[in-house]
Write a protein that binds this ligand. Structure first.
Ligand code: APR
Length: 244
């Protein structure tokens, strides 16, 4: 399944960088965005995942996020998440960049996931910027209010058209420039700036590997395409690395 070339690269004390998307959480039961049962098949991103939609109709947007928070509250990391936490323990120079907002990497033991798009279980007040974890939110009313100033809360996620958290971007760029091996795992490679990261890594000299159940726009450019479920491929990769 894995080339000799890839397994040898792991013997050279490499800087390993992994970018993940919704696909790595699919086996935990978190719907992806653009797959067959994807969230964008049922809902329109422009009606939900952007600030104007939120200001126009905070109730609908909050109903959607409470639905997604409920899903995340009741699921567990899968073998793919745990394998990446194991990879981090095996290689001192390891960076995990994720587009996911479900917090599953952290729950699987990844020490410092770079969350490009925020975290759905964290919320912040529009008025005073105070943060609240999902567990602290009152169940009613649908639109939670700040206990400090009474302002409206919003999920602490990056909506379409919004800036990504600066520090996350800086940390991601630093990792990408140093990468010797770069994995793109479970992402359709469509949404910027994450979609450009594999290309940056390759132009910095990284060996580019994609893990996905189907080909993406990125596939023609990778050095190695591993077709299959991340929850199966990543644990197998750990086994093969330990063998060599
Ligand atoms: N293993 C590996 N890959 C999988 C699996 C799996 N078990 N299941 C699905 N996939 C792949 C799909 O083939 C698809 O390429 O995961 C990818 C999921 O793509 P998207 O649903 O587009 O999710 P993502 O790439 O993370 O979206 C990027 O778009 O809507 C925004 O902010 C949102 O972070 C999200 C961003």
């Amino acid at each position: 399944m894995f080339s000799e070339k890839l397994l040898e690269k792991f013997q050279e004390n490499p800087v390993v960088v992994v970018l993940t998307g919704a696909g790595i959480s699919a086996e935990s039961g978190v719907p992806t965005f653009r797959g067959e049962d994807g969230l964008w098949k049922k809902f329109k991103p422009e009606e939900l995942a952007n600030f104007d939609a939120f200001i126009r109709n905070p109730e609908i947007v909050w109903e959607w996020y409470r639905y997604r928070q409920e899903i995340v509250r009741n699921i567990e990391p899968n073998p793919g998440h745990y394998a990446l936490a194991e990879l981090e323990r095996m290689f001192p120079d390891f960076y995990l960049i994720t587009q996911n907002v479900d917090g599953l990497h952290f729950r699987a033991g990844s020490q410092n996931p770079i969350e490009l798009h925020g975290n759905i279980m964290r919320n912040r007040c529009l008025q005073c910027n105070k943060y609240f974890m999902e567990v602290d939110l009152q169940k009613e009313p649908v639109i939670p209010k700040c206990t400090e100033c009474g302002g409206i809360l919003r999920p602490d996620v990056v909506w379409f058209g919004e800036q990504l958290p600066q520090q996350a971007l800086i940390n991601a760029e630093k990792a990408i420039n140093e990468a010797n091996i770069f994995f793109s795992v479970g992402t359709s490679a469509l949404v910027q700036p994450a979609a450009s990261m594999p290309f940056w890594a390759k132009s910095s000299g990284a060996y580019l590997v994609e893990i996905n159940i189907m080909e993406t726009l990125l596939t023609p450019y990778v050095d190695e395409y591993l077709s299959g479920k991340s929850g199966e491929i990543l644990p197998e990769l750990i086994k093969q690395i330990k063998k060599t």
